[in-house]
Design a binder for this molecule. Structure first.
Ligand code: HEM
Length: 150
């Protein structure tokens, strides 16, 4: 039940259209709701063909693709394999919701921003270490001012 969209000229697929294409001779992967025919790329994929076959069979390759942290050149290569998109795509990760209709690059740069953004708070570096240094400085000042003088 594939059909053409007028705006993006991308074929629309349902998950059941995609699932039969998970063999070495015919391998499609779904990443961020876009469908890529990677059959001709299997042998050239630097990460190997087995990972692509595996995620192809799993239905949605988005999380696996993101976990690897592909380079921008890998991301630009993807367009050559783009054949369509999933109709009414529901992202596997709820935090991706709302970006389904955005372009892949936009979504990916958001992901990179998210990953690059503020690191997880470190209680030792943020609070304990500065407090320790403050106590040491005050003790030093107290010793030099009041104790060492006498
Ligand atoms: C059309 C889709 C894909 C393209 C064009 C692509 C392209 C690439 C490229 C160019 C690299 C070399 C490293 C880099 O430049 O980032 C790479 C590495 C890799 N890719 Fe993909 N990839 C695709 C999909 C996937 C998917 C769905 C997975 C799923 C797990 C995957 C797993 C890996 C792994 C494990 C590596 C090796 C990373 C390393 O050794 O550091 N790739 N891919």
């Amino acid at each position: 039940m594939a059909e053409e969209t007028e705006t993006m000229q991308l074929q629309l697929f349902s998950p059941s259209d995609v699932s039969p294409h998970s063999s070495r001779k015919d391998c499609w992967v779904v990443i961020h709701g876009k469908v890529y025919d990677v059959t001709k790329f299997l042998e050239d994929h630097p990460g190997g063909e087995d990972v692509l076959l595996h995620v192809s069979a799993s239905g949605d390759a988005t999380e696996a693709f993101e976990d690897v942290g592909h380079s921008t050149s890998a991301i630009s290569m993807m367009n050559s394999y783009l054949i369509g998109s999933i109709e009414d795509y529901v992202p596997p990760n709820p935090s991706d919701a709302g970006t389904v209709d955005g372009s892949y690059m936009a979504l990916n740069s958001q992901t990179m921003q998210r990953n690059k953004g503020s690191p997880a708070p470190n209680i030792f570096l943020d609070y304990v270490l500065p407090l320790f240094m403050l106590v040491m400085a005050v003790s030093g000042w107290y010793y030099l001012t009041f104790v060492a003088k006498n």
